[in-house]
Design a protein around this ligand. Structure first.
Ligand code: UDP
Ligand code: MG
Length: 314
């Protein structure tokens, strides 16, 4: 039906059966209204509900513009997007969440900025509709990120973004494993911009991110783009080492020159010792984060496994 698509919309789907019908009914009219050839690529990221069935039905309804990548298991939102990036045909790529937190009606806004010559358009959520905790945690990580990496982003959690093809090609070539796609894209862009987009409550279901996963994701964001945590750790350790050395000198002088043997103070020493041990342990954990990532890249395993691709044959 369609010519080579100009716009590729990429949507990761994990247990979204309650959201997909509304997503379809809102997304396709917006895209049809653009009057430009497009494709929508859904990656089913190992959903356990009826998501795949609904996606297949949508493919039957709109075969020319709908493609489905079906993973054999759950590999996470970013890998789902990555798999679609490897297969996009459009010159402009838009990413979107399936839960309608990013209103599809905002897509034309992003495209207008791409048409105006930008190669990266990041959305930031106006009136963010998330729990206070999520919003606060997000603010905090924003501060850490802007201090430790060169990435400038108002709202790293917003997935409604548009990219020009060369950026997506660069991301695919980088073969990143643990990656935060908007940040990686930003680092490859030459004329980035941002635009405010509406934000809605998740239409149905609950967020797939637990606190633990959010922490992991933010570790990816920071360790994936900067060595600052390791460098900071070195500085802190150096300061501790200098402090401990001074302490040893003071204690030695007390023992041999001024006061003589003492009984008290054992617990102070324990306190200091525990502090130093904890610094060391944090350091080991931090090194582990980097080593783990290095290991994942080095062992060159499949980042994900595609069970089936459902698309119209040419
Ligand atoms: N998602 C995914 N795999 C996962 C978790 C999430 O493909 O393991 C998708 C999910 O279906 C949605 C998007 O990623 O389209 C964002 O997920 P979610 O709404 O749970 O995250 P939040 O909005 O809470 O950050
Ligand atoms: Mg969501």
């Amino acid at each position: 039906m369609s010519a080579t698509p100009e716009i590729s919309v990429v949507i990761p789907v994990f247990n979204e059966e309650l959201n997909l019908p509304l997503l379809f009914s809102r997304l396709y009219p917006v895209l049809d209204g653009l009057g430009r050839p497009y494709e929508v690529i859904f990656t089913n990221d190992g959903s356990m509900d009826r998501s795949l069935e609904l996606l297949k039905a949508q493919h039957s309804a709109r075969p020319g513009v709908t493609r489905i990548i079906d993973f054999n298991g759950n590999y996470g939102q970013h890998m789902a997007i990555m798999a679609a990036f490897e297969r996009v045909r459009g010159q402009v790529i838009v990413t979107l969440d399936a839960d309608l937190q990013n209103p599809p009606e905002e897509i034309p806004k992003l495209l207008a900025l791409i048409d105006a010559g930008h190669d990266y358009v990041g959305g930031f959520r106006i009136n963010r509709k998330d729990s206070l905790f999520r919003t606060m945690a997000s603010r905090m990580i924003n501060v850490v990120r802007s201090r430790t990496t060169a990435i400038e982003m108002t709202d790293q959690g917003c997935m409604l973004r548009a990219y020009r093809r060369p950026i997506i090609e660069a991301i695919v070539q980088s073969g990143a494993v643990n990656t935060f796609i908007p940040a990686l894209a930003y680092s490859y862009s030459s004329k980035p911009t941002e635009v405010g987009v509406r934000h809605e409550e998740r239409h149905a279901g609950v967020s797939n991110y637990s606190l633990y996963m959010l922490i992991r994701l933010n570790f990816d964001l920071i360790t994936g783009f900067s060595l600052a945590p390791l460098q900071l750790f070195t500085m802190v350790s150096l300061a501790c080492a200098a402090g401990s050395f001074l302490l040893v000198v003071v204690l030695a002088l007390r023992r041999f020159v001024f006061v003589g043997p003492e009984e008290g103070g054992t617990f102070t020493l324990f306190g200091i010792l525990f502090f130093l041990i904890s610094v060391t342990m944090v350091g080991i954990g931090l090194i582990g984060e980097y080593v783990g990532r290095t290991y994942q890249v080095v062992r060159v395993r499949h980042r994900y496994f595609v069970r089936e691709i459902i698309e119209a044959g040419d």
